[in-house]
Ligand binder design. Structure first.
Ligand SMILES: *Cc1c(COP(=O)(O)O)cnc(C)c1O
Length: 367
């Protein structure tokens, strides 16, 4: 497929008057948590109708000027991505499949009637930020620099149509464990709410999906669970995914099931990577619908050995227990981590961290 090469934008470096002091940063990096601490810099690129992408800068992280009529504030034209930069033992810095994030970003943009960003510009923006903030990448096991590229509609206009001005921004946040509890397995709450319906935006990574998931998530937390599970919108029967993670089920016959990408599930890059790794491990992959009733039955009979959730932020996390609003609950396996989950997680993490050969071309070294 021939495409016209877009000229890669050049980034203007804006001086930083006051980066965080070394000893403060070191303190943050020792226990980064998730999503509460931010690095010194950010990337901003503007888009204007008729002009395209322009004015790429990398400068001090800070508030962004926004007109109160900016359409993102009214009609939620917003999309985002999430990926991580890792520090390898040899001192190099690596991204994991950033091109896949760039592609998915554009798929989300198309669904939200937003302009596409050339994939090379997306990757270059992320690379520039990581290089500028490389002292912010925690080195300890399980930690990384979480990168959050996103796009918002900035045009001041209250009519309902797609906007004519946008900002693409990348920020970064040192990250440790996603789940505060540090428990070996998470407990999930089956929601009566719906995350995504056929024809909706379930396959797009947009803020609006998350806004709709906050009440069910709060319900799950209030009942002592770690995450919320969404079933399909039409029959309220088929398992789809968690609020921000895809699901896998490992059976005693050596098969591994994950719900198919039907348009209502977010196509996770972790999901796609684990499917490949599992095939190489000799597991039979089944991208098939799975009902909540079958899940309960298979857990009880012992046919189902393990369930795990996966995503960039939470990596691979075992699901130990499932509770429903009808008062029933069930445990999967021993309720703790299982062998298949551990093996797949170890392989994925080893590739991401440069401890195992990257035979797939997933790791992009940037320094
Ligand atoms: C981002 C996301 C995932 C996981 O995708 P990864 O590419 O693996 O990080 C799963 N579900 C939802 C709803 C998401 O937003």
């Amino acid at each position: 497929m021939a495409t016209i090469a877009e000229p890669v934008l050049s980034f203007t470096r804006l001086p930083h008057p006051a980066p965080v002091a070394d000893e403060v940063r070191e303190g943050i990096l020792a226990a980064p948590g998730f999503g509460t601490q931010f690095t010194d810099h950010m990337v901003v690129i503007e888009w204007t109708e008729g002009k395209g992408w322009h004015d790429a800068t990398i400068g001090p992280r800070g508030p962004i000027p926004l007109d109160p009529a900016a359409s993102v504030l009214h009609y939620a034209q917003e999309i985002f991505e999430g990926l991580k930069a890792y520090k390898h033992a040899d001192g190099s810095i690596a991204l994991f499949r950033p091109q896949a994030n760039a592609q998915r970003f554009n798929a989300s943009a198309t669904r939200l009637a937003m302009p596409e960003l050339p994939e090379d510009v997306f990757v270059e923006a992320v690379r520039q930020l990581v290089l500028a903030d490389q002292s912010w990448i925690p080195g300890q096991e399980g930690a990384s620099l979480y990168l959050r590229p996103f796009m918002i509609a900035t045009e001041p206009f209250l009519g309902v149509r797609s906007a004519k001005q946008y900002k693409f921004i990348v920020i970064a946040s040192p990250a440790g464990n996603y789940f505060k509890s540090g428990a070996p397995a998470v407990s999930i709450w089956v929601s009566e709410y719906t995350r995504a319906a056929p024809g909706g935006t379930g396959a797009a990574k947009c803020g609006g999906n998350y806004a709709a998931s906050l009440v069910p998530t709060a319900e799950a937390f209030a009942r002592g669970h770690d995450q919320v599970l969404f079933l399909d919108a039409a029959e309220h029967k088929w398992v789809e995914e968690l609020g921000g993670m895809n699901l896998f089920f490992a059976f005693e016959d050596g098969s591994l099931l994950t719900p198919p990408l039907s348009g209502t599930i977010l196509p996770g890059i972790t999901r796609a990577s684990l499917i490949e790794l599992a095939r190489e491990e000799g597991l039979t992959i089944r991208e098939e619908r799975y009902s909540i009733d079958q899940w309960r039955e298979d857990a009880a009979s012992g046919k189902l050995l393990e369930t795990f959730a996966c995503g960039t932020a939470a990596v691979v996390t075992p699901v130990g227990r499932v509770a429903s609003p009808d008062g029933t609950s069930f445990t999967i396996g021993s309720g703790g981590p299982g062998q298949t989950t551990a093996k797949l997680k170890d392989r994925l993490v080893a590739i991401q961290r440069g401890q195992m050969a990257d035979t797939h071309g997933w790791v992009m070294k940037i320094a």
